[in-house]
Design a protein around this ligand. Structure first.
Ligand SMILES: Nc1ncnc2c1ncn2[C@@H]1O[C@H](COP(=O)(O)OP(=O)(O)OP(=O)(O)O)[C@@H](O)[C@H]1O
Ligand SMILES: [Mg+2]
Length: 269
């Protein structure tokens, strides 16, 4: 089974991240005190960027796993594989991070199968242990191991909530869309667009976000605004950029799409 895994090396330059609150301080305390961290917030609000930024800042390898509903404990811990006629144990990303030190980031952790929590529990309380039943090992996490998980509470249904006994093992930080000035800065920095253009996009997003919950499942994210600004920067016409980067990704419903176009036309005028 394929596990979406990315491992970044400590040499990578620190990716740009604009803090929106005390999240960097909390991350650093969690790192120093060996506490696991849970990040929650809507799509495209900077959770993944934040973790890459902090890992690079701390000079630690980052093992990122995108969880999905087929992800099992063995995908994280490892399994026996046949290699050249021999059976060899191959560590999974979580085990590698525990053995070698580093930050293991489980993105959309609520999607993972239930047996994953069995592995996470002894690792996320003060024991910091990773039992590998298949090899008979009991690994103790080193001081430079940290577990970070994230999820989007908006996507959850009742079956997909983390159990209290899991949630209450983590420090938790809530992410949300940045204030307008900060968001405009992020858009400028990410796309190279000018301040006036960024400001217009933030205003449009603000208005769409006020509509969210009524017609839309999720609001226009910072990610979509960066996409839109990138299109504008490369010379795509304003209406086309808005259509491709903001309106179409938000909905498939023609009435909603028409409503959004009208709302944006009004805001712009
Ligand atoms: N605070 C921020 N600093 C810098 N860039 C940001 C920030 N917030 C959002 N972005 C921009 O938005 C994009 C999307 O952010 P990111 O991928 O971190 O979102 P996410 O919260 O992980 O979303 P998802 O839940 O869908 O995985 C980034 O690639 C970056 O361009
Ligand atoms: Mg993400």
């Amino acid at each position: 089974m394929s596990t979406a895994l990315k491992q970044s090396t400590p040499e990578v330059p620190v990716p740009f991240y604009q803090p929106t609150g005390n999240e960097e301080q909390l991350f650093e305390v969690a790192w120093q005190r060996h506490l696991p961290l849970l990040l929650k917030g809507p799509t495209g609000c900077g959770k993944t960027r934040f973790v890459s930024h902090m890992a690079a800042k701390l000079g630690m390898p980052l093992y990122t796993v995108s969880c999905h509903d087929d992800l099992t404990a063995a995908d994280l811990t490892g399994r026996y594989l046949i290699k050249g006629g021999e059976t060899v144990w191959v560590d999974g990303p979580l085990t590698r991070a525990v053995r070698n030190g580093g930050i293991c980031y489980l993105d959309e952790v609520v999607e993972a199968r239930k047996d994953v929590t069995v592995v996470l529990h002894p690792l996320t309380d003060d024991r910091r242990l990773l039992p590998l039943d298949r090899t008979g090992e009991l690994l103790e996490a080193p001081d430079n191991f940290m577990l970070v998980v994230s999820y989007n509470p908006g996507y959850q249904n009742l079956l997909k909530q983390l159990k209290p006994s899991t949630r209450q093992r983590f420090l938790a930080v809530e992410f949300n869309f940045p204030d307008p000035d900060t968001e405009a800065d992020i858009i400028m920095r990410e796309s190279g667009i000018d301040a006036e253009g960024a400001r217009i996009l933030v205003r449009i997003a603000g208005n769409i976000r006020n509509l969210a919950g009524i017609d839309l499942e999720e609001a226009a994210s910072t990610r979509l605004l960066v996409y839109c600004a990138t299109l504008l920067k490369t010379g795509v016409a304003f209406d086309d950029a808005i259509q491709a980067a903001i309106i179409e990704p938000l909905s498939d419903d023609r009435d909603i799409i028409t409503g959004l176009r009208e709302a944006i036309g009004i805001i712009r005028g």
